[in-house]
Design a protein around this ligand. Sequence first.
Ligand code: SAM
Ligand code: SF4
Length: 472
Amino acid sequence: MNVHDSEKVVGTLIQEGYRQVESVEQADLILYNTCSIRDKAEQKVFHRLADYKKLQAQGKKFGVLGCVAQQEGEKIFERAPHVSLVCGSASYQNLPGMLVQLEGTASGVRRPASDSLDLEAEAGKSGSLAPVAWRPLSESRQPEAGSLIRITGLDDRQTDKCFETEYTARTNPHRAYITIIEGCDKFCAYCVVPFTRGKERSRTSASVLNEARQIADLGYSEIQLLGQNVNSYRDPDGTKSFAELLAAVGEVPGIRRVRFTTSHPRDFGRDIVDAIDAVPTLCDHVHLPVQSGSTRVLDAMQRLYTREQYLERINWMKSAKRQISITTDVIVGFPGETEADFAETLSLLDEVGFDGVFSFKYSARPNTPALQLEDAIPEEEKSRRLEVLMAKQRDIQIARYKQYIGTICEVMVEAKNEARAQWVGRTTQNKTLNFTATESVAPAIGKYAQVLVTKSFPNSIAGELIPAESVV
Ligand code: SAM
Ligand code: SF4
């Protein structure tokens, strides 16, 4: 999501007359898009900002965007006095105005095209302005010499607008991202997102479909629908459910693959599986974060589903006509997680047979209810559980990925690995499939090809192009 947010911010800035440059050294304005989901990511931001300080003497300006901006707000000015702008994601629609303020130009005056920016992403509508703190500087907040102004765009869960822009600077030439829902109202006990990304708000299905058609007209064949909880989508026009929107995007002429992430188990209905079965362009992959296999821990996490309810959703997918690949997220070491709870998570991995698991050690986050919980798990124990979990999942994947040997998979060709003389493809199940081909029938990047799988590894499969049936 952060990557796509960056694409939208870059597009907006280019429209405002800025030019994107390759390096921080070349830039006049450096915007740093940040993630605060875990403490480590946040610490990295402050280290990087400290590195930037030495560039201040060259007259460069700095802005912090994203979740750390929203979470830390004006405290960023104290820790990093060379920063001039702090803007959370719920206020991005106000960026053009903030930039005018930052540059000290009169409202509406565009910067010349020679001005440059560098935008880094840590992990990416115009419309009427939402409530936002536009603060003239108070005496106590006077910036250091060289930093002219301090501007904050901090929404604090007020906005009910999405950041829609027609100026997205798409960086992936083959897969286009569309945000359909922003923010989150679920308030899981460990998670900072509801505080950093504002309240849950969906775009109209008409607007999403319009963007999907534009994307297809630009020549993209793959679309990924995005949201913190993409399946909590509620059409403001009341026209389409999430499953109906998914199917409608899949039916846009020219679109060959549609992915969506992330799905929340609580809002995961059988109609999503039915849509995957009915619409061939919908990919055979669902990312459904479980977080824990223990109902007791799920309750403490305020996930509002049980292990059994999660497994019921898995069974819907397993009984689909198509073979749906399932991946998940797991947190180990949540406060109070006992050895028995952890064993339940391990047994869930066996029971489901995930094709991929993103696993994290619990990280205490500001403002979250879990901060009040007792029985913190020591860091070494969290690390131990993480290692045990990763080793188990590796074994599961080795066994699962072996099953593909001898099958033919369609891939979208994403790149060529020159060093290995291999092409990199992605299957509908979101697996990396590296393959060889003779130069005369080499597939073009962005096209689709049929590949015979001959080998498997813990995180990928490998094979050979079938030239006769390729390349389309
Ligand atoms: N909305 C999605 C859901 O509910 O499953 C997850 C989105 S969250 C940005 C991505 C993942 O980060 C979560 O699934 C969770 O595993 C992990 N995560 C979030 N907060 C965390 C924390 N405080 N410590 C460790 N991992 C965390
Ligand atoms: Fe965070 Fe929970 Fe919202 Fe996911 S559903 S973004 S984990 S609060």
